[in-house]
Design a protein around this ligand. Structure first.
Ligand code: NDP
Length: 261
């Protein structure tokens, strides 16, 4: 396919054209740094207007103003229903609609099972799983009415394979996969497509605490020979938001350099 695009510039420009998201409004949770920030950048470059949030309203506003006109930042903890409802309403009022929702906000609190407290469990499940449910519930209503929408949930390879010390995180991310498939079935008749992207090891603040030895282990075990970047995930999300993905729903797209296969 890449070879054909190289040989035939027409194929390449046709593909680029379909990745044009101008006229669309994307809501990205956790857009202030890491993968979410790179997803916002990719959407803005494709012509979309973007609403982003984090629990830190000042950081969200700062990030949005650095992106420039057409982007707005909001304070919202995705695990709190009242905040999510108010956030979705504010975005619809400010932008007129929400076409694409990216449930990216995520959080870890790693420890072994017998050391894990109820608070460790709840804080991770509330952001990663309940947050995905709440945001989808409040942001997808307009998509259903307009008969066009995309929901893209960021899960993790850990939700597929599990990981020592991450039972709360991997349960939340496996839950996101089940949620994605169920809601994809519910909303398909309204042309609202619901998919998940499962990153492998991506270099962000979330993974900064990992020891150099563990990092080397990952690197040595990734067939493509490098750690992932936020832009690798952003490209997959952009694809799923684009017209190129109009016959894809209920899927998990693993973006991990081949680490899990
Ligand atoms: P970062 O920690 O770099 O960024 C997380 C973002 O989410 C921040 O903007 C943060 O802002 C926001 N956030 C966290 N909790 C909440 C909340 N309750 N409500 C609203 N916003 C929140 O993480 P990454 O960029 O690495 O991760 C992004 C997503 O990708 C997550 O879902 C993560 O689980 C997933 N992922 C990451 C991998 C990696 O290797 N990095 C691998 C697999 C999956 P603030 O703290 O200000 O609220």
């Amino acid at each position: 396919m890449a070879r054909r695009a190289e040989l035939d510039p027409g194929v390449q420009s046709a593909n680029r054209l379909q990745l044009d998201l101008s006229g669309k409004v994307a809501l990205v949770t956790g857009g202030t740094r890491g993968i979410g920030h790179d997803i916002c950048r990719a959407f803005i470059d494709a012509g979309a207007r973007v609403a982003l949030c984090s629990r830190d309203g000042a950081a969200a506003e700062q990030t949005a103003s650095a992106f420039g006109e057409g982007t707005r930042g909001y304070a919202c903890d995705v695990g709190v229903a009242a905040q999510v409802e108010a956030f979705a309403k504010a975005v619809e009022k400010d932008f007129g609609q929400i076409d694409v929702l990216v449930n990216n906000a995520g959080f870890t609190k790693d420890t072994l099972l017998f050391l894990m407290t109820e608070a460790d469990w709840d804080s991770v499940v509330d952001t990663n799983l309940k947050g995905t449910f709440l945001m989808t519930k409040y942001a997808a209503r307009g998509m259903i009415k307009r008969r066009w929408g995309r929901v893209i949930n960021i899960t993790s390879v850990v939700g597929l394979n599990g990981n020592k010390g991450q039972s709360n995180y991997s349960a939340s991310k496996a839950g996101v996969i089940g949620f994605t498939k169920s809601v994809a079935k519910e909303l398909a008749s309204r042309n609202v497509l619901v998919n998940a992207v499962a990153p492998g090891y991506i270099e962000t603040e979330l993974t900064r605490a990992i020891t150099p030895e563990a990092k080397k282990y990952f690197q040595d075990n990734i067939p493509l020979g490098r750690l992932g970047q936020g832009s690798d995930i952003a490209s997959a999300v952009l694809f799923l938001a684009s017209d190129l993905a109009s016959y894809i729903t209920g899927q998990v797209l693993v973006v991990d350099g081949g680490m899990v296969m």
